[in-house]
Design a protein around this ligand. Structure first.
Ligand code: HEM
Length: 137
């Protein structure tokens, strides 16, 4: 299936049934019909955004990289915007305004390293102390 095809909003809005379901995410058009039944978030949410721009809904959930790979496999073409179409819902790169929570992983990682470092220093200090006790006798 060619992915060079361009769809207009009105083209996309004709594909709203479970067996023929298009969604727009980041200005690309995806055919979600083969995936509806397998979606871990349920078929309802996908049917809700069928034929529409699902960028916000998709990003708000914070889908994994795996979900994005699946999405790549469903790509059918690009979105051709026309005057009067709904404005792009694509958030600016790095924006968190749509409710996407920034990941806390980085700070948790730093905390873990701090604990290991302090633990290591304490162990080293204790070792030095024991050594000095042993030699002074
Ligand atoms: C075709 C587009 C979509 C694909 C390929 C997709 C794929 C996935 C995948 C693979 C997961 C499992 C968790 C993960 O890997 O992140 C997931 C979970 C989920 N998805 Fe989607 N999704 C799509 C669209 C949507 C939309 C539009 C919504 C609307 C709200 C949605 C809502 C959810 C929710 C709520 C979960 C969490 C389910 C749970 O953990 O119980 N998804 N999706």
């Amino acid at each position: 299936m060619s992915t060079d095809k361009e769809y207009t909003y009105s083209d996309v809005s004709e594909h709203t049934t479970k067996k023929d379901l298009f969604v727009v995410i980041h200005d690309k058009v995806y055919n979600a019909s083969t995936f509806v039944d397998e979606h871990p978030g349920g078929e309802e949410v996908l049917l809700d955004v069928g034929g529409q721009d699902a960028t916000e809904a998709f990003e708000d959930v914070g889908h994994s990289d795996e979900a994005r790979e699946i999405l790549n496999g469903l790509l059918v073409g690009g979105l051709k915007r026309q005057p009067g179409d709904p404005s792009p819902k694509t958030p600016a790169p790095g924006a968190t305004a749509t409710g996407t929570k920034p990941k806390a992983d980085a700070s948790a990682g730093v905390g873990l390293y701090a604990v290991i470092l302090v633990g290591g220093l304490l162990a080293f200090g204790a070792y030095q102390y024991i050594q000095s006790q042993g030699t002074s006798k």
